[in-house]
Design a protein around this ligand. Structure first.
Ligand code: ATP
Length: 239
């Protein structure tokens, strides 16, 4: 079993300056994750699911604890890694799929989707071909491929977002409600792609409003609700 992540005693809180108080988002979280494993994050609203994903991605700095990522060049603690190392890992090793597309002015949908492949060294035409394949797979109409996604509908933007986030297999994939606002066929395409990436060894941590969407992928779950018993048995998954 290839270890991907070793999270130890991780905590994160927020300082509410206007109230002069500090509030814990999650405390003392520990778990491990191996290649090809899918971990479901559960918990009531406000339990800290999104904050944990953002802390693992290093959008937030942890208050304490370790996030040991087993990467191509050895083990690196994401809680303390230099920004330049985090930026590098985000390009090639760690993906984050949210509900929101960061569209850029005057960048076409197909160019946006092809970008991760281009950055990894793929020739322009091959990257565009792959981009069109994934736009098609997620159900974006061909007449939109060369258009700017800033004007797309919410669901269309989400499909472009998924195509871009999932075009390049990564070692670790963080998923924050990626099925929100998707139609049935795009949801099916997403599940197929996640299954394919999982089979290829990508480790995943996901938050899903409807975990039933990904029931076939889930290996383990952690409940972030304070005092909830964390169940790690696949048979206990509630869908
Ligand atoms: N940037 C922030 N500043 C201050 N407090 C924050 C910030 N982000 C999140 N919080 C607080 O941290 C707690 C955890 O929020 P988080 O969004 O991680 O919960 P969640 O489990 O993802 O919730 P939901 O299921 O409602 O999406 C909440 O009480 C929230 O108000």
């Amino acid at each position: 079993m290839t270890r991907i992540l070793d999270v130890r005693a991780l905590s994160k809180g927020f300082t509410m300056h206007h109230l002069d108080t500090r509030m814990a988002a999650f405390s003392d979280i520990s778990f491990t994750l191996d290649a090809g494993e899918f971990l479901l994050l559960k918990g009531r609203n406000g339990a800290g699911k999104s904050t944990l994903l953002r802390t693992l991605y290093r959008s937030y700095l942890a208050a304490s604890g370790e996030i040991l990522f087993h990467g191509p060049e050895g083990v690196i603690d994401l809680a303390r890694a230099a920004d330049v190392d985090v930026t590098y890992l985000r390009r090639t090793e760690i993906g984050f799929v949210t509900q929101f597309l960061t569209a850029r002015p005057r960048v076409s949908a197909e160019a946006l989707v092809a970008e991760p492949l281009r950055r990894s060294g793929a020739p322009a035409e091959a990257a565009l071909e792959q981009a069109r394949h994934w736009l098609q797979a997620f159900g974006v109409k061909p007449e939109l491929w060369a258009a700017y996604p800033t004007t797309f509908s919410g669901g269309e933007q989400q499909k472009v977002n998924l195509a871009r986030a999932l075009i390049l297999p990564q070692r670790l994939l963080l998923l924050d409600e990626p099925t929100a606002s998707l139609d049935v066929s795009a949801r099916a395409a997403l599940i197929d792609r996640l299954a394919e990436l999982k089979a290829g060894g990508t480790a995943m941590i996901g938050v899903f409003h409807h975990p039933g969407d990904v029931a076939t992928l889930i290996d383990r779950e952690i409940d972030l609700t304070p005092d909830a018993a964390t169940r790690e048995d696949r048979d206990d998954v509630v869908v």
